[in-house]
Each structure stands twice: as C-alpha cells, then as structure tokens.
Design a protein around this ligand. Sequence first.
Ligand code: PGA
Length: 252
Amino acid sequence: MSRTAALIIAKQVRSKPASVLGLATGSTPLGTYKELVRMHAKEGLDFSEVRTFNLDEYFRLNPSHPQSYHTFMFENLFNRMNLKPGNIAIPDGMAENVEGFCMDYELRIRLAGGLDLQLLGIGRDGHIGFNEPGSSLGSRTRLKTLAEETVRDNARFFGGKKEVPRLAITMGVGTIMEARKLVMLASGVGKADAVKRSIEGPITAQVTASALQLHPSVTVVVDEEAASTLRHRRYYAYVEKMAEEYEAEVGI
Ligand code: PGA
C-alpha cells in the first residue's frame, strides 16, 4: 500500500515538479512518507519546487507539542526531504482569529493554483480530514468537533483520552473535493467497514469519505484486510490488471 501510494505521488511530482500536494497525518501514511524519503535519498526524487498544504491540525495544541501534526510532518517527512520551508502550510491550531485563518487557508490553496493531489487516510467512522459524520459534503476549512470514536482512536498517541484535543481545524469535504486527484489509503481490518461504506455504500454526509464517489479522479489504495469486505473486490482487482495490461500495450 505504502509503495503504491509513494509511486503515485512520485509520478505526480516528476511530471510536475511544482506540484501542490495536500498531505495527511496519522499512522496510515507513515510508510508512504518513509518510501518518499528513500526515493529522495536514493533516486533523486526532488521536492524543491513542491508546495504542500496539510489537511488538519489540532486546535490549541502548540505546534511544538510532540503530538501536533506540525511535529508529525516535520519528523516524518519535511526534515528528510528538500522542501523549501516557505512552501509548507499546516493549519495553525493556535490562530487567534480562527475563522479568518480558515478563510485565508482556502485562499492560499487557491492562489497556489489548487491542489494537484490530495493524500487521505480514513477514520473508522468514515471521516476524511476531521470531517466527522454529519459534516456537510460542501464544507470548507473550519473548526470541527472530534467525534467520540476519533478521540478514543487517537488516545493511543496521547497516553490517554483526557489529553486528546476535542477540536481541530480541518479542510472541508468541499475543499478536498476540489483537488485534481485524490489518493485515499487504508490498511488493516479495523478500516474494512469504513472502506466498504465509503466505496460501496450510499453517498452520505454520515460517511464523508463516500463523497469521493463523485470525484472524477480517485485512487483508493488498500491492503487485503481493508479490502476484505468489499463486495466487488475481485472486479476491482481485475480492473487494475486490465489497466496495467492496457498501459503496457499503449506504452503510457
Ligand atoms: P490513522 O488515522 O491513519 O491513524 O488510522 C486515519 C484518520 O483518522 O484519518
């Protein structure tokens, strides 16, 4: 899963060195970032012109906190790649004027030319970013209340539920849907139900990842466990095989 996702991102950056990437945090993309770092060190993958916008950040958690998404991104990717510091954007959980900050974040994405590729994880409740069940499918960057299940899921990083922030600034579903390409990752049996509901269920604000069904260019990268309950999984594997054969034939 990680290797496939890293190859998609590397292909994007090689074909457009000044790509604008939307990035995600959490345990799922860790292997992908590791692989990108390896490709940078060993294969000359160049991020010097890349601009990045992260999906979300905890509200009122200092960026220097070990569990902030700032810390996560610098430790796992930015400190190991050759991005220009001025080309990195992560929501500011300490912003005084949150509404103003969120509007400005949207504007900055637009002024950068829009997101070429947005990387996504998925929560067990089907969220993308921190767009919890009930988030409008047209939502923009804003302050969002974390669902109880998300707080519980993230408690493992904080050494307890009490320590987990209850609010976060997150890109909205509408913001995410404007990216030209979406790549969603999921691994492990714990994500199988969310994956199934987002891919094969109805499009609903109760499972914000289901909005991806309306996007013209989405790749969902899953391991066997996360795919295990998909009704049409054999067909999806067959489509992938056919696409590979077609690519080999026409030489793309
Ligand atoms: P995880 O989080 O990668 O840590 O499972 C995914 C998410 O909540 O979006």
